[in-house]
Design a protein around this ligand. Structure first.
Ligand SMILES: [Zn+2]
Length: 511
C-alpha cells in the first residue's frame, strides 16, 4: 500500500516556530508509523516562497528576495533535520520544475474556460493577500490582522470556483471524515451555505511582481495560494511521474488557520483540473501561549530547535503528541513540558526500564531467562499488552495520539505495579523461587520490548536505545509491527546490554 503524507509548505516570511514544528512532527510520526506497518510511504514538506509578505520580509531584512528565501528555506530544512524529521521530499515554490507545472496547470484551466478576465473592486487586506467581503470582517477590520482593508479596484483573472460549490458540498457530505476532525468539516459546510465567490488568482505586476507569471498574460503573477497548493502535485512529478501515479491522493496535515484554502480552493482546483480529490484533510488547533495565540507581534514565539536542544528531541516530540488532542487547542508552557518529561518519561518509563534491566543484570547476569508456567498475574500482563496494542494500532491512524499514548502509559503503570506485587528482590532470596523469578523478569523485558516497538514512530532515538539495551536483533526490530508484536518472541538466552539512562530528569531551579 502507498501512503502519501504532506505538511503545508511553510511561508518563508518568518522563522520556524512550534506551530510549524507540531504539524511536521505529527506528519513524521505518521510517516514512520506507516513505514512500520510495511507500507510504502512518501512524506513531503517544503517552503512557500512567493507573494507580498515575502517581499516585505526580505525588504525588512535588507536582502535581495531570492537570497532571503534561500536563507529562510534552509532554516526550515535545518530545523526539520534537527528534529529527526524523516521527509522524503522537500519542495520549494521557486524551484523551476514547480513553476513550470503551475504554468501548465494555469494554461489547462484557462483553456477549459475555468479562468476568465474581469474587473473586481473589493476590500483588500495586504497582510492576508486577499479580498474580503463585508460579512467576513470583524468590526470592519480584517479578522486576522485587525486592520481596515483597503478598497482596491483592478482588472484580474478569476477562477470559476463558484461553479463547483454544489459538487463540493456533496463531496463533503458523502465523505464524513474527508475533512477531520468533524468540527472543521462542520465549519466548512456552514461557510458553504453562503454563495461561493470566484477566486481572484492574479496580481498585477505593477503592484507586486514576486510570483509566477501567468502563461497567458505577462502583466500578471499568480496569486500565492493558487501557486502554493499545487506543490502537493509538483512534488510527485505531476502529471507524468511514476510517483504521482503511485502516491496520489494525499493525506494533508494543516493547522486550522489555513483551513479555507485547503478545504475550498484546493478541492475545486483539483476538480477543475480533473484530478481526484485528496484522501483526507487533517486539521489541528493552536498552541496557546500564556498571552494567547503564539504570534510574532506578541513576542511569544518559541523556537523548536532551541526547545529540542534544551530538553531533547524525543522529549519534545512526545510532549507534542501526548499534550495536544489532535484538532483542539492546547496550552504550551515550559513547566508543562518539564512535568511530562519528569513524570511520564523519567519516572514512569525511565524507572521501569532501568529497574527491570537492573534486576535482570543483578539476578541473571543480563541473560533473558526462560519463563516458567505463567500465573494469573503474568497472564494479566500479556492480556494488557495485547489489548493496549490493539487500541494503539487503531487510535494512531485515527489521529488519536494522545489517547493511544495514555493507553501505553497505563500499561507502563501496570508493569510498575507488577514489580511491586511480585517483588523480585524477595524471590531472589529464595532458591526454590528461581523459576518464578525467571517468569517475572521475562514478562518485564518482553513487555518493554512491546513498549519500545510502539514508541518507535514517536521517539525514534530513544526507542532505538531501548532496542539496543534489550539486545533486539533485526528480526525483532526492523520488521512490520504485526510481526514484531507477538508475545514471547524475545528469545530466552539472548543478552541484554547496559546503556545510559533513557530520560534524565530535568532539574528545576530550587526557589
Ligand atoms: Zn488580514
Amino acid at each position: 500500500m502507498a501512503y502519501y503524507i504532506t505538511t503545508p509548505i511553510y511561508y518563508v516570511n518568518a522563522e520556524p516556530h512550534i506551530g510549524h514544528a507540531y504539524t511536521t512532527v505529527v506528519a513524521d510520526v505518521l510517516a514512520r508509523f506507516h513505514r512500520l506497518q510495511g507500507e510504502e510511504v512518501r512524506f513531503q514538506t517544503g517552503t512557500d516562497e512567493h507573494g507580498d509578505k515575502v517581499l516585505d520580509a526580505a525588504a525588512a531584512a535588507g536582502l535581495p528576495v531570492k537570497e532571503f528565501v534561500d536563507r529562510i528555506s534552509a532554516r526550515f530544512r535545518q530545523s526539520w533535520d534537527n528534529l529527526d524529521i524523516s521527509y522524503d521530499n522537500y519542495v520549494r515554490t521557486t524551484d523551476p520544475a514547480h513553476v513550470e507545472v503551475v504554468q501548465n496547470i494555469l494554461t489547462q484551466v484557462h483553456d477549459s474556460g475555468n479562468i476568465y478576465f474581469g474587473e473586481y473592486g473589493g476590500l483588500y487586506c495586504y497582510g492576508c493577500e486577499c479580498f474580503y467581503l463585508e460579512r467576513d470582517l470583524v468590526d470592519g477590520l480584517c479578522p486576522d490582522h485587525k486592520v481596515a482593508p483597503t478598497f482596491l479596484k483592478e482588472e484580474n483573472y478569476f477562477f470559476r470556483m463558484s461553479k463547483y460549490q454544489d459538487w463540493l458540498i456533496d463531496q463533503i457530505k458523502r465523505h464524513p471524515d474527508w475533512i477531520r476532525p468533524e468540527r472543521y468539516r462542520n465549519e466548512m459546510l456552514a461557510f458553504l451555505k453562503e454563495p461561493l465567490e470566484d477566486l481572484c488568482i492574479s496580481r498585477p505586476k505593477s503592484r507586486m511582481d514576486w510570483g509566477i507569471t501567468l502563461p497567458f498574460d505577462e502583466r500578471y503573477v499568480t496569486y500565492v495560494w493558487f501557486d502554493a497548493l499545487i506543490n502537493y502535485l509538483t512534488g510527485l512529478d505531476y502529471p507524468d511521474g511514476a510517483a504521482y501515479r503511485k502516491f496520489w491522493p494525499a493525506q494533508h496535515f494543516i493547522a486550522k488557520d489555513i483551513l479555507k484554502p485547503h478545504a475550498i480552493y484546493w478541492p475545486t482546483m483539483l476538480k477543475a483540473m480533473g484530478v481526484e480529490p485528496f484522501q483526507n484533510l487533517n486539521v489541528h488547533g493552536y498552541w496557546q501561549m500564556a498571552a494567547g495565540k503564539m504570534s510574532k507581534s506578541l513576542g511569544n514565539v518559541v523556537d523548536p530547535e532551541t526547545l529540542a536542544g534544551r530538553f531533547g528531541i524525543d522529549q519534545v516530540r512526545y510532549f507534542f503528541l501526548r499534550e495536544m488532542v489532535f484538532g483542539l487547542d492546547a496550552h504550551f508552557s515550559e513547566a508543562a513540558l518539564i512535568t511530562r518529561i519528569n513524570a511520564d518519561l523519567a519516572n514512569d518509563l525511565g524507572n521501569l526500564f532501568a529497574r527491570s534491566l537492573g534486576m535482570a543484570f543483578k539476578y541473571r547476569q543480563g541473560v533473558v531467562p526462560a519463563p516458567g508456567v505463567p500465573e494469573p498475574l503474568d497472564q494479566e500482563v500479556v492480556t494488557a499488552a495485547q489489548t493496549m496494542t490493539a487500541d494503539f494500532l487503531r487510535l494512531f491512524p485515527a489521529l488519536e495520539f494522545s489517547k493511544a499514548l495514555a493507553g501505553l502509559w497505563e500499561f507502563i503503570g501496570l508493569l510498575n505495579r507488577y514489580i511491586v506485587t511480585t517483588a523480585p528482590w524477595q524471590l531472589a532470596k529464595e532458591p526454590e523461587a528461581a523459576a518464578r523469578l525467571d517468569t517475572v523478569l521475562y514478562h518485564l523485558v518482553e513487555g518493554l520490548r512491546w513498549i519500545a516497538a510502539l514508541l518507535r514512530p514517536v521517539m525514534p532515538a530513544s526507542a532505538l536505545q531501548m532496542s539496543k539495551q534489550l539486545g533486539l536483533g533485526l528480526a525483532l526490530w526492523d520488521q512490520p509491527l504485526a510481526q514484531v508484536l507477538k508475545w514471547g518472541r524475545l528469545t530466552p538466552g539472548s543478552l541484554l546490554a547496559k546503556g545510559p539512562p533513557l530520560f534524565p530528569r530535568i532539574e528545576t531551579e530550587a526557589k
